[in-house]
Design a protein around this ligand. Structure first.
Ligand code: HEM
Length: 562
């Protein structure tokens, strides 16, 4: 060590040794306050900035601390991390709960205002739809559900938030593969949405009817086999939530990759597709609320687990589907641009991601809606009888329910589907949007929303609000009838199971066609009744909101109608 450096070192050593405990505390507090300000105003996300703020600073602070503790080598470093971390957390918490916070005037529970990790925890538990509704019932139409997040229960704001020129998607979608659903940039989203819109035009959907019919016929065959094999005159008890899952997954597999799942044929989830989809949904339901953890998390653990497996699986299917060529005009045909010159087609990896999105977005949601409709029919025998009469009159024995125009005009069928989508929307807590930093504050009705705020219209609460639907918890398909609405008036603008606007559900028309056909057909062929001993009153409470719903088993007695 050269003499001047040694002098400097000695002086520093003396200075640190002479620091009083009070001065040392002020130094630690000042460092953590500056760090808090950095997080608050600069929102650092890069690994190097996080390393400096969360690791380098406390390591440096351990140096002066080491002069004040008995076993410096063991104590100083952990003590520095604990004191620095605790004061950083305290400053952050105090700010979030203080009147200085831009969302201070919005009501909400302290725990939700304090940390986004609370929503992440509830997301993993699948409880956000019930929790959100309880909060709205308690606090009103706008609730602070995170430090920078609001939940809204006012349907008059649907066009402003979700409609054309509305808000872009929120940070919930950050750090995901750049598929259309996670695209936060409105211009890029519009471009990515084009092939989906082509794929779900009326002409394109017409081509898909044959795939839906083939898979529905197969579902009927599987249930019939199960009834025959049981040898029971009274019929067989099946988990219809599982069978609708197999049906919608096989169908979406046909649409996205030209087939290859065959869950119905296997009579189960041998390849673990459903387990994969569910673990993926749960992972996203947790990390979406704290999406900033994804880059470091994925850097540490790698793209392992559900994400990697889903993409590897999708890539494998894409290669197989390509071998079939452009003979089938399915969803893959449109997404992969099979009709375009080769040099204009999107890269295979993007097509695989879109295919994976179709499976995740299209199977769980539709099977959830089918299961919920059957559940409500079992609990409402009068509605079941009316629907059965309508189905039998529309499609006499021997006629397959393939006429989609007729299906779309059946009042009881559509009333029942709408009622179940209203009571148990498959995406219950809505798809978050954002007033982005730098965009300036936005006025939503009577509320001013500061920039940097995520907002979500809480579908489950809006659709169960008595101001929008009278006797909101009752299953009343009649409320949807076009003429006379015997159940009374309701607010049709408050119905948003498929969301609204330019980023609404791309597959809405496909899902409706698939549900109408499948429901009508199974009701034509089978008599469904409550399975002995199954506790139907507990079923709804076990539904989980992992952005899309996870439905618990629904046991149903099934016999073949004569
Ligand atoms: C009952 C069935 C379904 C329901 C209730 C449903 C609901 C939704 C909802 C609420 C969204 C979020 C929209 C937003 O961010 O505002 C969404 C997005 C989407 N859904 Fe569906 N969905 C269903 C079935 C399907 C099917 C069968 C497909 C076919 C692949 C599909 C494909 C998509 C896609 C691609 C998006 C992203 C749209 C975008 O960001 O532009 N969905 N869906």
């Amino acid at each position: 060590m050269s003499p001047p450096t040694a002098d400097l070192f000695l002086q520093l050593h003396q200075m640190l040794g002479n620091l009083s405990l009070l001065t040392l505390s002020v130094v630690v507090l000042s460092c953590s306050f500056v760090s808090h300000l950095c997080f608050r105003f600069l929102e650092p996300r890069s690994a190097s900035a996080l390393l400096v703020l969360l690791v380098v600073l406390p390591v440096l602070l351990s140096l002066p601390i080491s002069y004040h503790v008995r076993w410096p080598a063991i104590i100083s470093l952990p003590l520095a991390f604990v004191t620095y971390g605790a004061s950083l957390l305290s400053f952050t918490l105090a700010y979030r709960l203080s009147p200085l916070h831009p969302l201070a005037k919005y009501p909400g529970p302290v725990i939700a205002k304090s940390s986004q990790w609370w929503a992440a925890y509830l997301g993993g538990e699948g409880d956000l739809h019930r929790y959100g509704k309880n909060l709205h019932d308690r606090y009103g139409d706008i609730v602070r559900v995170g430090p920078n997040a609001l939940s809204i229960r006012d349907p008059s704001l649907i066009p402003t938030v979700l409609g054309k020129g509305g808000l872009p998607k929120g940070p919930y979608w950050d750090n995901r593969p750049p598929s259309v659903v996670a695209q936060r940039d409105p211009i890029k989203h519009m471009n990515q949405r084009k092939p989906w819109s082509r794929a779900f035009s009326s002409a394109a959907i017409k081509e898909y009817e044959v795939f839906a019919a083939k898979r529905t016929r197969q579902l009927l065959g599987c249930i019939e086999d199960a009834v025959h094999q049981s040898g029971e005159k009274k019929g067989v008890v099946l988990d219809m939530a599982a069978w609708f899952n197999y049906f919608t997954t096989d169908f979406m597999g046909d649409m996205a990759f030209g087939g290859g799942f065959e869950l119905m044929k296997a009579g189960g989830d041998d390849e673990g597709i459903w387990t994969l989809i569910e673990s993926h949904l749960r992972f996203r339901a947790i990390t979406g609320h704290v999406s900033y953890v994804l880059p470091p998390l994925l850097a540490i653990v790698g793209r392992k687990g559900s994400i990697r497996r889903i993409h590897a699986f999708a890539r494998d299917r894409v290669v197989k589907r390509l071998q079939m060529g452009a003979k089938r005009k399915d969803l893959f045909y449109h997404l992969s641009g099979e009709a375009m010159p080769e040099d204009e087609r999107p890269p295979l990896d993007d097509v695989a991601k879109d295919g994976a999105l179709a499976i995740v977005a299209g199977s769980d949601t539709t099977s959830g809606a089918l299961t919920a409709t059957l559940y409500y029919l079992l609990r409402n025998p009068t509605a079941y009888d009316r629907l059965q009469a309508e189905v039998d009159a529309a499609f006499p024995i021997g006629e397959e329910p393939l006429d989609v125009i007729k299906l779309s005009q059946m009042e009881w069928l559509n009333g029942c589907i709408n009622e179940s989508l209203r009571l148990l929307p498959p995406v219950p807590s809505g798809s978050p949007r954002s007033v982005d930093k730098g965009a300036g504050e936005k006025v939503l009705g009577k509320w001013v929303i500061p920039e940097g705020t995520q907002v979500a219209l809480h579908t489950y609460s809006i659709q169960r609000d008595p101001r929008n639907f009278h006797t909101p918890d009752a299953f009343l398909p009649e409320r949807w009838f076009s003429v006379g609405a015997p159940a009374g008036e309701h607010n049709p603008a408050a119905f948003l199971p498929f969301s609204h606007g330019p980023a609404n559900c791309a597959g809405k028309n496909l899902a409706l066609m698939e549900m109408r056909m499948a429901l009508c057909w199974v009701l034509r062929r089978f008599q469904f009744s409550k399975a002995p001993g199954f506790r139907y009153e507990e079923w709804e409470g076990k539904i989980l909101d992992w952005f899309a719903v996870y439905q618990p088993p629904l046991l149903v007695s099934i016999s073949i109608r004569e």
